[in-house]
Design a protein around this ligand. Structure first.
Ligand SMILES: Cc1ncc(C[n+]2csc(CCOP(=O)(O)OP(=O)(O)O)c2C)c(N)n1
Ligand SMILES: [Mg+2]
Length: 325
């Protein structure tokens, strides 16, 4: 295939990716609003700004493929196919949530969508995903597995141990580091001397790829290549998505003490959703009217999700010992 044809093929995906990224964005902004108005319980870390990573990776997976996620995982869940209303009901502690309202933000599971859970423990998704990939290989299931994690996880032993095992066993796995430059208030450049996550792949003999995490088609291309290789028995890849969170580490952190306003504004100028819109308009693949229509549909989807989740029942008190071993 010539490069021009490949580019046209990718562009044809962009309107769908634009919509998916908007779903992730508007879901999180709705969660923020509900949380700030004390309507939603719990503790949340939002994915605002990082949507191109989850969408560009997950859009290349099959429903039966598996992903393992982090504490910042609502976007991953929705990108893998968990309906927004089911994810929101989970945050709200309702029985209609994907984990019956018992998991909340950081223990949210939906295996029926190949979503193998958010995790409160930094670094945990890396060995968990490696185990999932070993299982897929032993079962000859044809599944590909993705483990998402942040820059804060790559100096933990779990990263080095699990990536080495994934490599030595040629597992069908993609390790996706969402490098948003900070782990809580700790800049990555303060926490580590080698700030290239992708370069660490060399230590374990697997390909390491760095990608502009604010460009959904760039993420898509890197992910597709890695996923195709993993599925055909070619082993794992480490992908480093360079990205940024616009919001604080969690709702409650203003996110202003350890980074400058200017830095945040610079990243916002490179917004993945705005960039996709610009490309769509320039390529004549959508006009302003079409983009507004898509946005209105997604806004409605979120309103419906709130109605669904808020009106769903709470678990019965008599069910308190269910699922307890
Ligand atoms: C093992 C462990 N250590 C510390 C924490 C506290 N903690 C929660 S999130 C976080 C930062 C994670 O940063 P990163 O992996 O870069 O993900 P990001 O929040 O940037 O998406 C820390 C230190 C934890 N949850 N688990
Ligand atoms: Mg980080």
């Amino acid at each position: 295939m010539t490069e021009a044809i490949a580019e046209q093929k990718d562009l044809a995906l962009l309107l769908d990716y634009y919509r998916r990224m908007l779903e992730l964005r508007l879901f999180e902004l709705k969660v923020q609003e509900l949380y700030r108005n004390a309507r939603l319980p719990g503790f949340v870390h939002l994915y605002v700004g990082e949507e191109a990573s989850g969408v560009g990776v997950c859009a290349n997976l099959k429903p039966e493929d598996l992903i393992f996620s982090t504490h910042r995982g609502h976007g991953h869940a929705i990108a893998k196919g968990v309906p927004a209303k089911v994810a929101l009901a989970e945050l709200w502690g309702k029985t209609t949530g994907c984990s019956g309202g018992r998991g909340g933000s950081m223990h949210m599971y939906a295996p029926e969508y190949g979503f193998m859970g958010t995790n409160g423990i930094v670094g945990a998704p890396i060995p968990l995903a490696t185990g999932g990939a070993l299982s897929a290989k032993l079962r000859k299931s044809g599944q590909v597995v993705v483990g998402f994690f942040g820059d804060g996880a790559v100096n933990s032993g779990s990263f080095h141990e699990a990536v080495n095992m994934g490599s030595v066993w040629d597992l069908p796995i993609i390790y996706v580091c969402e490098n948003n430059l900070y782990a809580t208030e700790m800049a990555f450049s303060r926490a580590t001397k080698n700030t290239s996550v992708a370069s660490r792949a060399a230590a374990y003999g697997l390909p390491g790829v760095v990608v502009d995490g604010q460009d959904v088609l760039a993420v898509h291309r890197a992910a597709k290549e890695a996923i195709d290789r993993a599925r055909s028995g070619g082993g794992p890849t480490l992908i480093e998505c360079k990205t940024y969170r616009y919001v604080g580490h969690h709702e409650g952190d203003p996110g202003t003490d350890y980074r400058t306003k200017d830095e945040v504004e610079q990243w916002k100028k490179n917004d993945p959703i705005k960039r996709a819109a610009k490309v769509l308009l320039e390529a004549g693949l959508a006009d302003e009217k079409k983009l507004k229509e898509v946005e209105a549909e997604v806004v409605q989807l979120m309103e419906d999700a709130v109605t669904f989740a808020e009106n769903s029942p709470e678990p019965l008190a008599s069910s308190v010992t269910d699922h307890v071993f």
